[in-house]
Design a protein around this ligand. Structure first.
Ligand code: UT7
Length: 321
């Protein structure tokens, strides 16, 4: 039986508004707001990488909870933008924290990563393999964004969120996940290979997407998967106090809410202020909601991440903080 016992986030200081892009590409503030909802995003400094943001999110978790994490026995960092492919980001966080005897692994599931991380932590704890697991979603997407591609560069931002998962009264009520690898070529980052599914791709080490296809897939599938998850937990939509989808684009979030006939004021988002921060977007949205008097102890919160794969992962938790 497992629960989230502490939570923390971090976003870099540097605020990037939409006018920043007007000097780089053919775009404008009005287009970006009307098509994405994004007003600002944060960019990490030169020399500031994913494990640095992850470490700061864990520091925030420790400060806000007073929790001792010296005996954490597993760290999982969910990211698409690790400092480097090897060593993994989790090992860099372990080093910065100075924790001993800690297993370290990264989850590479793009915007679904954080929820996959929670699923993994729940499995570790409920099977008795580990007792204290740190799940961190952290991204420095600004470092892997193609600033000459106007269809993607306006979307992404940097940030991190961390959750501590420990044994306790069961807080996780259901999980689901699924993947459409047949659409893998619609959202990718390739260092070498130049095709996916036989479709030519650009191995430029930057995020490349077919925005319309990802949009259509998310809006067509995620509401169905949310209903399936609610059923799996033996609940009804009325029981769900908040739905926190990945903050990809405000229009995607609004379309999901509309399709479910679910009120937007119960759908926390982080995209308008922080852009699409991939695996960090759900924890940042949750923290923002908590600070604004939204999510509170006892609430039933559904989280669902979706993105590159194309893959999704969902969970329903009874929020305990
Ligand atoms: O975390 C998962 C990662 N990815 C996503 O979630 C992406 C999901 N998709 C999206 O967010 C949206 O598809 C975008 C924001 C990327 C694009 O919005 P859209 O409403 O789907 O626009 P579109 O691709 O249909 O393009 C409409 C027009 C096109 O011009 P034409 O062909 O109609 O003349 C684009 O070239 O808008 C043009 N356009 C832009 N114009 C100004 C595309 N990007 C821009 C831009 N500024 N930045």
């Amino acid at each position: 039986m497992s629960q989230i016992t502490a939570f923390g986030t971090y976003v870099p200081e540097k605020i990037i508004d939409n006018h920043f892009f007007e000097g780089l590409i053919d775009t404008n503030d009005e287009w970006i707001i009307s098509r994405t909802g994004i007003k600002t995003r944060r960019y990490s400094k030169d020399g500031e990488y994913t494990s640095d943001l992850a470490y700061k999110a864990v520091q925030n978790l420790m400060e806000s909870s007073g929790k001792d994490i010296s005996d954490v026995d597993f760290i999982v960092v969910c990211t698409t933008s690790p400092d480097q492919p090897m060593p993994n980001a989790a090992s860099r966080v372990q080093y910065k924290l100075g924790i001993q005897n800690t297993g370290c692994n990264d989850i590479y599931a793009a915007c679904a990563g954080f929820v996959y991380g929670l699923q993994m932590a729940h499995g570790f704890i409920n099977s008795g393999v580990y007792k204290k697991v740190l799940v961190i979603g952290s991204e420095t997407l600004s470092k892997i964004t193609d600033m000459s591609d106007r269809t993607s560069c306006i979307l992404f931002g940097d940030g991190a969120g961390a959750a501590l998962v420990e044994p306790g009264e069961e807080q996780f009520l259901a999980f689901n996940s699924g993947t459409n690898g047949d659409l893998g070529h619609d959202l990718y980052l390739s260092h070498k290979k130049n095709s996916i599914n036989g479709v030519g791709i650009n191995p430029n080490s930057k995020i490349v997407q077919n925005g319309r296809s990802v949009f259509k897939w998310a809006v067509g599938n995620i509401p169905i998967k949310i209903r399936e998850l609610v059923d799996k937990a033996g609940l009804t939509m009325d029981d769900i106090d908040y739905i926190v989808p990945h903050s990809a684009n405000l229009r995607i979030i609004e379309a999901i809410a509309k399709s479910l006939d679910y009120p937007m004021d119960k759908v926390p988002e982080s995209v308008t202020e922080f852009g699409n921060t991939s695996s960090a977007s759900i924890p940042i949205a949750i923290e923002k909601s908590r600070k604004n008097g939204g999510i509170k102890k006892g609430d039933i919160v559904l989280m669902i991440g979706f993105g590159g794969g194309l893959t999704f992962a969902g969970t329903i938790v009874r929020w305990n903080l």
